[in-house]
Design a protein around this ligand. Structure first.
Ligand SMILES: [Zn+2]
Length: 176
């Protein structure tokens, strides 16, 4: 008896958490993926600075988040595979394909409810924030939202439209 041997390389690549969890924590190498998960509507933390792998894993678990990481070493921690998704792809499109496959991501879950920068749910923009909208989009003022933390202003302009088209493509399993 005793501790089981660390899993081999092939096992590590397969390690993934059970489906159904919809709260995530991306490691600092996956900031772009984390922001896209926020854009789709998922509550997604992004680890800014790495402490130990164990501290990162425990923080994600304490917050009931699946840890999404590119760091194989995390999976050397006992039972880490139950709450960790290891990505092996190179670049955003491959990561998107992997998370879609292994976490059943719905890219149109509830688009644009959260601040892309800090994850806070957005609120209707107050008048003083709406006054800062560029003149060319002033007709969208009623639809403007903002982040109470960052004070970043969001409005449904061409940038959001482009992001939405990308989410729609990913939802159709088009990752090219
Ligand atoms: Zn924010």
């Amino acid at each position: 008896m005793g501790r089981s041997a660390p899993p081999g390389r092939r096992d590590l690549a397969r390690a993934k958490p059970p489906e159904g969890c919809d709260r995530f924590c991306c490691d600092e190498m996956l900031i772009r993926l984390g922001r896209w998960l926020r854009a789709a509507g998922y509550d997604t933390a992004i680890a800014r600075r790495r402490g130990s792998d164990r501290a990162l894993l425990e923080a994600a678990r304490a917050d009931r988040r699946v840890l999404i990481t590119r760091d194989r070493k995390v999976l050397e921690i006992r039972d880490a595979d139950a709450s960790t998704l290891l990505l092996t792809g190179r670049g955003l499109k491959e990561w998107v394909a992997e998370t879609t496959r292994d976490l059943a991501i719905d890219w149109l879950k509830a688009p644009f409810p959260r601040c892309l920068l800090c994850n806070r749910p957005l609120a209707a923009a107050p008048d003083e924030a709406r006054a800062l909208l560029p003149a060319r989009v002033i007709d969208m003022a009623a639809q403007a939202t903002w982040c109470p933390d960052c004070e970043k202003l969001y409005w449904p302009g061409s940038h959001v439209a482009r992001m939405r088209r990308r989410l729609e493509a990913w939802q159709r399993q088009e990752f090219a």
